[in-house]
Design a protein around this ligand. Sequence first.
Ligand code: SF4
Length: 90
Amino acid sequence: MNEKNLCKGCVESVMVTEEVIQELVKEADEDPSVIVSEDVYHARLKMCNSCPALQYGTTCAHSGCIVRYRAKFKNKSCPFAGKPKWDKVS
Ligand code: SF4
């Protein structure tokens, strides 16, 4: 890997396998009361996938979160400073 792409101090935690991501998403899906609809989820991920803050195709540079996990939750919002690209759902 090119060292310029390394995230100082947290490389190990931001680079995760597809298997780990699927486990996280499955875990989130276990409580439907806290997660968004499929439509909202896919709209959020569409924003993330076109966002320059998305690192490694998986991780938000602003929150350090795996976006496919964070975007599942109603109470989460995009942490983009000053101009969130998606909001909480009540
Ligand atoms: S959560 Fe917001 S800032 Fe982070 S990658 Fe997604 S759209 Fe970009």
